[in-house]
Design a protein around this ligand. Sequence first.
Ligand code: GLP
Length: 241
Amino acid sequence: MKIIEVKNYHEMSRRAADFIINKIKIKPNLNLGLATGGTPKGVYKNIIEDHKQNHTSYEHVKTFNLDEYIGLKQDDSNSYYQYMYENLFKHINISLKQTHIPSGLNENNQAECTQYERKIVDAGGIDLQLLGIGSNGHIGFNEPGTPFKTKTHVVDLASSTKKANARFFNNMNEVPSQAITMGIQTIMESKEILLIVSGKAKQDAMVKLLSGVVTEDFPASILNQHHNATVIADEEAMELV
Ligand code: GLP
């Protein structure tokens, strides 16, 4: 993994956005994997800003999101569909037909997982996957203990993850208990990975990630084995490393 340490959240967001924009300039039909959570919001702001100023085009870009809560309607303000629409898609020239997010409202979640996996393969695989990290090392919603070989699947969310994400909901009871997430193998099959990390809450996670020990107890540790992974982390996240 290549580690880029930057000053703060602002700098991390700008560097990560530039990283993505440069890839799109080289390959206008990039298959771009996207993440949600608090961390990528600044990256999306920078992408929107650049789109307005420099007219970088997303006409031929396809996007694939990592995950979605089970049980939330698309128009629920906490669905990742809504997050992506509000924080990125509505501000750039991308047709929603080219954006993909697992559906969290299915008769058959297993079929949805299989179909989602097939969509990624049919598109030719993900060229660049943007990732955040949970403080327990989760990537997407792959919680500690998830086998590295998993493809897109249904997960029960760890209580620490529900707690961490409760800040986006009115109360803890509203946080869904399950989600559909790309599997760790799906993520690892991306040609390139960009992990962004910021703030105190991620200090322990950075220590574990950079210890080099690869274990299913800390899902993000597998990124040490990816042949083309970059981490952009701010000083605060790196403080204990
Ligand atoms: C959620 C998402 C992850 C994200 C993680 C960290 O659980 N499913 O993809 O990386 O939260 O979120 P934050 O960036 O808000 O710390």
